[in-house]
Design a protein around this ligand. Structure first.
Ligand code: SF4
Length: 233
């Protein structure tokens, strides 16, 4: 697994001073370790959509189904401004070959989960999702994502890298005709990695393939993919 991978990263994690307070959140592991095997592709939704540095702190308000991006001091609603950039960015990313994404935690734009969401009467719930992170996950269900806090755990770091390579190879295999033999070859090539993540799942996948030679390839691939993705997500 020595081919170069492409990983999207929240820009502030790379040490760029793009945060609302003019600072950064440099993450040494991402830059110094992951940077050796991956091309790191930065994106800062707030700065790239035209907001200044520094800028007023923002927060998410509303409900999970109707989330607004609000400047805390002025009450200004910047949802439309940010979402316009998000729409443009998602379209652009669909033409690129990203293999994974690392998001900044807690951010109303980049937070993957548990971002503070202020409801009516100022009630705070930790069930918000940053506007860009949410759109990314909805549009790229085949691409592994993680946040910088999860990466503090070495086991999660390893799992993330494994998932990036496996999903990259799976997407590549999906080009062209789906055949039984192609899927078996993919499985054999990744058997050890699957075993190291989940021995029970490997057994299930072995049974699926051993009984699947006469199955409809569409159905077989679909069942196999569900098991594969459940290893990592
Ligand atoms: S968390 Fe996201 S929006 Fe905020 S500074 Fe970092 S990259 Fe930019």
């Amino acid at each position: 697994m020595n081919e170069k991978i492409s990983i999207g990263v929240s820009t502030c994690l790379l040490g760029e001073e793009v945060r609302y307070d003019g600072g950064h959140k440099f993450n040494p592991w991402i830059v110094n370790v992951l940077g050796k095997i991956a091309e790191l592709i930065p994106a800062c939704p707030e700065h790239e959509c035209g907001m200044s540095i520094p800028r007023g702190p923002m927060r998410l308000e509303g409900t999970p189904d109707n989330t607004r991006l609000i400047v805390i001091d002025s009450g200004m609603d910047l949802t439309a401004k940010l979402n316009k950039w998000v729409g443009f960015k998602i379209k652009k990313l669909k033409k690129e070959n990203l293999d994974g994404y690392i998001f900044k935690t807690k951010s109303p734009s980049c937070g993957l989960k548990e971002v503070e969401l202020f409801g009516k009467n100022g009630k705070v719930r930790r069930n918000g999702k940053g506007l860009f992170a949410r759109a990314f996950v909805e549009n790229f269900s085949f691409i592994p994502v993680v946040d910088e806090r999860q990466l503090e755990n070495p086991a999660i770091r390893e799992k993330f890298i494994d998932s990036v390579y496996v999903m990259k190879h799976y997407r590549k295999m999906m080009n062209g005709k789906k055949t039984y033999n192609k899927l078996v070859t993919f499985h054999r090539d990744h058997e050890i990695l699957i075993l190291s993540n989940n021995a029970v799942k490997l057994k299930e996948m072995n049974i699926l393939l051993s009984e699947g030679s006469a199955a409809d390839p569409e159905k077989l691939y679909s069942h196999y993919f569900k098991k594969l993705i459940s290893l990592f997500f």
